[in-house]
Design a protein around this ligand. Structure first.
Ligand code: GLP
Length: 278
């Protein structure tokens, strides 16, 4: 998530001012990740972490290539992928600039983490860990996450708490290439993913009614058979890859999912329509 502090910086810095922020070691052919992805990841972290500000100019392709000791094709691919993510703007003849934050808001659906959901309600998020392990993706997980058979995943199973009260049981599967060590997550998974440059960007969420099994009811400190919501979330990175598959059971008596509905634009009567009808 972009730091609010970024909006407070009024003047855009010239390309030379951002150069000292670059880490010469950030891109290396010794690593498995393609060079352009490594470069994109480094620049993304600087932008999202607020080190490079909105509207700042990036050095020319040639200078970036020299600085990171990669080809101009590699630089071009990295800049293009950040442009596709909306983090950069390439202006013909003028160069590459960090985009200003989008002005469009999404009141209908906002992708937030459990921790953020709780914080916005003035509650403290907590977790009771049931399991944190790595393993081989099952065929179901591999199919959904788009992994090859045998690929490794990190699995996080926990009870999510709000002010100490159990709200949900969550079982989350993340490909190991995004989260090699599930032990790195002690609080917010999304914070850990973001810090690693993997930004949860979009999600598909399916909700269905269910009732709690004996085991689930025990973990959630409620009665067996109580109503619950089964939620499956598939979360995607800006590049389109799926970063997590989460299946959770939320206590029906403790959680309301609220969706804002708006009249679709074409249905709003125009001035002309209302005048004609009067
Ligand atoms: C919600 C979502 C999960 C997601 C989690 C991350 O609970 N349903 O899909 O993994 O938020 O929350 P946090 O960053 O607090 O771990």
């Amino acid at each position: 998530m972009r730091s609010p502090a970024r909006n407070a910086v009024p003047a855009a810095a010239p390309a030379a001012a951002v150069e000292p922020l670059f880490d010469n070691q950030a891109v290396s052919s010794a690593r498995a990740l393609p060079l352009y992805m490594q470069l994109a990841q480094h620049l993304r972290q600087l932008i999202i972490g607020g080190a490079i500000n909105d509207r700042d100019a990036l050095p020319a392709e040639r200078d970036l290539a020299e600085r990171f000791r990669v080809s101009r094709v590699t630089v071009r691919k990295a800049l293009q992928s950040l442009t596709d993510e909306g983090l950069l703007q390439q202006r013909q003849g003028a160069g590459t600039f960090v985009s200003a934050p989008p002005r469009v808001e999404q009141p209908l659906s906002v992708l937030t983490s459990f921790t953020e959901d709780m914080q916005s309600r003035g509650l403290t998020a907590g977790s009771v860990w049931l399991d944190r392990a790595t393993g081989t993706a099952s065929s179901d997980e591999a199919l959904i996450l788009g992994l090859s058979l045998g690929e490794r995943v990190s699995r996080l199973r926990r009870i999510r708490l709000a002010n100490g009260v159990p709200m949900a049981i969550e079982h989350c599967v993340v490909p190991s290439r995004f989260l090699p060590d599930p032990g790195a997550v002690s609080g917010s998974l999304y914070d850990v993913l973001r810090a690693r440059g993997h930004i949860p960007h979009r999600a598909l969420q399916r909700l269905s009614a269910t009732s709690l099994t004996d085991d689930q009811a025990r973990l959630l400190d409620t009665q067996p058979g109580s109503p619950a919501l089964h939620i499956e979330r598939r979360t995607f990175l800006p590049t389109g890859g799926m970063v997590e598959l989460v299946r959770s059971s939320y206590r029906g008596d403790a959680y309301d999912f609220v969706v804002e509905l708006q009249l679709s634009a074409p249905s709003i009567p125009s001035r002309h329509d209302s005048e004609a009808g009067s």
